[in-house]
Design a protein around this ligand. Sequence first.
Ligand SMILES: Cc1cc2nc3c(=O)[nH]c(=O)nc-3n(C[C@H](O)[C@H](O)[C@H](O)COP(=O)(O)OP(=O)(O)OC[C@H]3O[C@@H](n4cnc5c(N)ncnc54)[C@H](O)[C@@H]3O)c2cc1C
Ligand SMILES: NC(=O)c1ccc[n+]([C@@H]2O[C@H](COP(=O)([O-])OP(=O)(O)OC[C@H]3O[C@@H](n4cnc5c(N)ncnc54)[C@H](OP(=O)(O)O)[C@@H]3O)[C@@H](O)[C@H]2O)c1
Length: 465
Amino acid sequence: MSILGTQERPLRVAVVGSGPSGFFAADHLLKSLVVCEVNLFERLPVPFGLVRGGVAPDHPKIRTVTKVFERTAAHPRFAFFGNVEIGRDLSLEELRRFHDAVILAYGAEADQRMGIPGEDLPGSHTATEFVGWYNAHPDFRDARFDLSKETAVIVGAGNVALDVARILCLPPEALAATDIAGHALDALAESRVRDVVLLVRRGPAQVKFTLSELKEIGDIPGCQPVVDPAELALNPESAEEINTPELARILEILGEFAARPADPAARRRIHFRFLAGPHALEGEGEVERIVLERNRLAGPAFGQKPWATGETFPLGCGLVFRSIGYRGLPLPGAPFHDKGGVVPNTLGCVEDNGRTVPGLYAAGWIKRGPTGVIGTNKADSLETVKSVLTDTAGLAPCPEPDTEALRALLRARGVRAVSFDDWRVIDAAEQARGAVLGKPRERFTRVADMLAALDNAARAGGDTA
Ligand SMILES: Cc1cc2nc3c(=O)[nH]c(=O)nc-3n(C[C@H](O)[C@H](O)[C@H](O)COP(=O)(O)OP(=O)(O)OC[C@H]3O[C@@H](n4cnc5c(N)ncnc54)[C@H](O)[C@@H]3O)c2cc1C
Ligand SMILES: NC(=O)c1ccc[n+]([C@@H]2O[C@H](COP(=O)([O-])OP(=O)(O)OC[C@H]3O[C@@H](n4cnc5c(N)ncnc54)[C@H](OP(=O)(O)O)[C@@H]3O)[C@@H](O)[C@H]2O)c1
């Protein structure tokens, strides 16, 4: 029997999910001395996970990381299986029949809940819905946001919260030349939202957003950031927590915002409210107000928690966006840690009740939880790939090391797998749609339309042949 990881019998690895962690894992595998074949599975016909569906449209430079992923995809021992959902089109067990190792890199697509009364009233949305909607993600194409309301509240103080605030407040002309979904551009152009309130349940020393994103808030044309200087006062523990130049600069910028004179001509305002937690959402059939609770901090420096003081006060608003973090979902057949919303693992090796599951690994947000920027996933995936490579000699070879048999199984099930070349066709079609509108791309918002673009291109190719 040939040895796994050789030219004669490459190590066959399936990666589930084509976001940064999936692509970085594939890249590390293909560059290793162990000869690997990588099949990467993605539930959508289009790759790149949150790089396509999360990163804000006014941040095009961040999306250029896809060039790195395209180089990985060009490797002769790499294959993309878009439009194949593991757990629906193919079970994890079946996937393991065709691969010696499987890396779960399927992200964290659900949301944390606030757990307060009125959370699900109409008008209360997750940031995930709004982000997916403006980025044309097929799951959220039908989402609707009542932008006729004047006040929107965003709960949370992470970078996603700032993305949502910025997109709500940027003038339409600043978004028109981006790849924002056409439906979102049209709706935002009509938006009557004037005041956006960012609710931070702890203090300014505990915010999760980063400096460059905060600076951008201060640079939105026609938009005034508003900070109450009294809310910038720090207790001794918080003062101790200001231990990086970045955090010190964040405090300075918030101070600059607090010192800005009121601009009566401002079209929009972004208010930062510190030490204010969500207590309840109220309204007759829809959100009319959020009841806030004044918090104080308790605990040692770097471990301070928000404690409700019992003092509550209402804030009128017609829209609420919960931006309090993402949450992983279980994949049928894979172990899952419900409380943490992750696949339990040590160094990427998946564990079931504390016992390692041979040949099953995890990477990215589903491995460590929904934090970290794109680059964080590179080192994270490397850690997982090192575990795979260390295990290689002891892995049981899969019973069916045959990608053609896998393709035949998918075809027999009526699953239309989309290759990376197919994605390039969809990509070109989206760019062509965008060019007509003066945008870098106009995305398809339906899976059916993505697949139809492939049929159209095939017909056009046939016509010219
Ligand atoms: C709104 C938002 C904006 C962000 N902006 C930035 C930014 O500007 N800069 C930055 O550095 N970082 C940003 N990040 C963070 C960055 O996007 C993440 O660190 C990164 O995407 C996580 O990578 P991942 O591969 O683990 O997950 P994901 O990127 O979520 O990829 C998971 C992939 O798995 C697929 N999938 C899910 N289930 C299945 C299944 N059953 N079968 C097959 N495929 C499946 C999904 O469709 C998805 O494509 C942002 C995050 C969010 C939420
Ligand atoms: N431009 C970029 O680089 C960019 C853009 C978007 C996202 N990202 C990255 O993607 C990751 C996810 O971002 P994220 O913003 O979703 O998560 P995050 O950074 O973890 O922020 C979540 C925020 O929600 C707050 N929160 C949690 N539960 C709450 C509750 N019940 N009530 C009120 N507030 C609550 C948290 O406060 P506590 O601190 O008190 O818990 C925190 O401020 C981050 O690592 C982020 O940096 C990067």
